[in-house]
Design a protein around this ligand. Structure first.
Ligand code: TMP
Length: 207
């Protein structure tokens, strides 16, 4: 099997980070070589852009600036890290990728889908994740979990209506491409979510 590019998505508090650790543990036990990374970020420059995106409260970016910065970080990350890893036969497990841009900047901020598609083909060419796992939870559940966890960053401080649009955009994307997406209900206890996820992946990948 060719090295897989796997992305994890979901609204805040959907359980992405916990399930990412479980997935990485499972891959390691099967001897799969992989790197773990995230967006925005994943390289020193892209992490610096992440800081600008999430922690600039004075002179916050406009929707278009936010969109362009997401793709600037992505261009750096994709070329210098993701593609290098895949070319070397290493899987890439990435916490968020372009589906987050469709969900947050598209659904949440209302940037036209066509702008995002244009930037996607400019920055990525034909590169797309092989598998995208969306952890889906009702917005109120996700937000109360996120609030209990840490101080909210600039984007996490948006209201529930914003996150309803984000969630809806994620589910719309999943519906349009059932081959690539796996939607996992993130509401049950963590161990149950992990069990369900790993059972699904075991049937998808011959490891
Ligand atoms: P995290 O909370 O998963 O670390 O992600 C950081 C934030 O960045 C999260 O609020 C979602 C947001 N984000 C976007 O708005 N657009 C994107 O393209 C990506 C990758 C993340």
């Amino acid at each position: 099997m060719k090295p897989q590019f796997v992305t994890l998505e979901g609204v805040e508090g959907a359980g992405k980070s916990t399930q990412k650790s479980a997935l990485c543990h499972w891959l390691r036990a099967r001897g799969v070589p992989f790197i773990e990374t995230r967006e925005p970020g994943g390289t020193p420059l892209a992490e610096a852009i992440r800081g600008l995106l999430l922690h600039t409260d004075e002179d916050p970016p406009t929707a278009l600036t936010e969109l362009l910065l997401m793709f600037a970080a992505r261009a750096q990350h994709l070329e210098t890290r993701i593609q290098t890893a895949l070319a070397a036969g290493t899987w890439v497990i990435c916490d968020r990728f372009t589906d987050a841009t469709f969900a947050y900047q598209g659904g949440g901020r209302g940037c036209p889908w066509a702008w995002i598609e244009t930037l996607e083909s400019l920055v990525q060419g034909t590169v797309r994740p092989d598998t995208t796992i969306i952890f889906d939870v009702p917005v109120d559940v996700g937000l109360s979990r996120a609030a209990a966890r840490s101080e909210a960053d600039r984007i996490e401080r948006e209201d529930a209506v914003f996150f309803e649009r984000v969630r809806e955009a994620y589910l719309r994307r999943a519906e349009a491409d059932p081959e690539r997406f796996i939607v996992v209900d993130g509401t049950p206890p963590e161990t149950q979510v992990t069990e369900h996820l790993l059972a699904t992946l075991a049937t998808r990948w011959a490891l």
